[in-house]
Design a protein around this ligand. Sequence first.
Ligand SMILES: CC(=O)[C@@H](O)[C@H](O)COP(=O)(O)O
Length: 258
Amino acid sequence: MKTQVLKIADKTFHSRLFLGTGKYGSNSEMEKATLASASELVTVALKRIDTTTDTDTILTHLQHPHINLLPNTSGARNSKEAIFAAQLAREALETNWLKLEIHPDPKYLLPDPIETLKATEELVKQGFIVLPYIHADPVLCKRLEEVGTSAVMPLGSPIGTNKGLRTIDFLEIIIENSKVPVIVDAGIGSPSDAAKAMEIGADAVLVNTAIAVNGNPEQMAIAFKKAVYAGRLAYEAKLGAITDNANASSPLTAFLLD
Ligand SMILES: CC(=O)[C@@H](O)[C@H](O)COP(=O)(O)O
């Protein structure tokens, strides 16, 4: 059974699992896991792109017709650095799609909301399709919509922590109010975290660490693929209401009258 396709800006996606490409043991391991996941959108840090050779680079391993590249500005500490990185990425990868990441603090890698809003506004004016990585802040999401963001990418928990959906209450508010796709990004540590994000109505999830550093990335990628599919299927079918009182599954009357 197919789930609804996801539309972001000018592209449609059949898979709602987006992947990072860092932290793998090798490029070929990354390629195998990415293909196993069936992901159609993968993010690549601009600083990891080697333009001096076209052999065995991260990019050569991502050359598959169904895979779209989403360059990211990881390492940028403010809007000026992010805008510069975005322009280099557009030149190098010939795409105007961008995952905007501005995290000046090296310990928690938390995104700077003020610089992110400023950079989004400018990059949209410059013709970029901007997908900003942000804290799970419903107010910021609205401000980003106003300046033309194409999606929002609120965090579940800090990057690389595998702590799961620590921000779930705020993710639910964002999902309820968002007019653009909501992609839960960062901290998703297990397939069940990904399924939960999809069940509450996230449009997609982005996962890196939990797959890349696993002993068997290919198998874990398949587990995430199935979890994202299951979570979305359940969301579209609509989950049952949670109640305080018990409700018997079969009638109790006949037994009580005997
Ligand atoms: C690669 C990338 O974009 C990460 O910065 C992203 O936020 C994923 O986080 P995890 O590594 O926690 O999955």
